[in-house]
Design a protein around this ligand. Structure first.
Ligand code: TIU
Length: 240
């Protein structure tokens, strides 16, 4: 693929001009704590099975993204074991039966280094893929994500993960204000609350794309495969 290749992706409110050499895949918080029973999501009173439909499309997308030799970045929401980066307000509002820092079936809830904090096995990062540990909902707050994207010459993000109206929306808004073009893939983002899935997606693309674009993973995968078919050698070697 030539470095200036552009792939038109069907999206709303209008097609997204994907520039692979300037675009990163940003997978938000696909952690056991949100997707598996016994973690933070369930502690907040949610039915975690609502998110599982996002796993397979994310898995296929990540495989295609890796095959195209492009940058994939993973994020994890969580806190230091001594809770020094946990604002008291977040702790108070996360309280139910158990809360951040309490011991659950996957270790201490939402604490870095614990089994529940890690990415689900289906989407586990490769050794060279950056993992951004974030204490907040947005992936830019109190992290080096912006510096990392600048280092890689990234100006566009394909955004997936959970949950649609919380960490995905917060991150897309942060990214938009920093000048990134964001394409959110509807089938690869999920919410515990069906009405919020719908609203969370709608508010990204409303008003002419006020925060970004909304598309689906099949269109991104087929666009990447088109370029792969035309230059299989270069792509397999991860050349620009
Ligand atoms: N509660 C909820 O829907 N989400 C979060 O707390 N974090 C993320 O979205 N990752």
């Amino acid at each position: 693929m030539p470095p200036d290749a552009r792939l038109p992706i069907p999206a709303q409110p209008y097609p997204f001009d994907l520039h692979p050499s300037r675009c990163a895949l940003l997978i938000i918080d696909m952690q056991r704590d949100f997707l598996e029973p016994g973690g933070f999501g369930e502690a907040l009173g949610n039915d975690v099975s609502q998110l599982r439909r996002t796993i397979e499309p994310n898995r296929r997308l990540l495989a295609a993204w890796r095959a195209a030799g492009r940058l994939a970045i993973h994020t994890r929401e969580g806190h230091r074991p001594d809770l020094s980066d946990l604002p008291p307000a977040k702790w108070r509002r996360a309280r139910s039966g158990s809360t951040i820092g309490d011991v659950g079936p996957m270790g201490r809830i939402l604490i870095r280094g614990e089994p529940g904090h890690d990415i689900i096995p289906e989407l586990y990062p490769l050794a060279h893929e950056p993992v951004i540990d974030k204490p907040g909902k947005g992936a830019f707050f109190a992290t080096d994500l912006n510096a990392l994207l600048a280092d890689h010459g990234i100006s566009q993000l394909v955004v997936t993960g959970v949950t649609t109206e919380v960490c995905v929306n917060t991150t897309v808004r942060e990214a938009n204000d920093r000048g990134y073009d964001c394409l959110v893939l509807e089938d690869c983002v999920g919410s515990y609350i069906p009405a919020f899935q719908e609203a969370g997606v709608a508010m990204i693309k409303a008003q002419g794309g006020i925060f970004g674009w909304v598309g689906n993973s099949a269109d991104v995968i087929s666009a990447l495969e088109t370029t792969r078919a035309s230059a299989p050698q270069a792509l397999e070697e991860g050349a620009p």
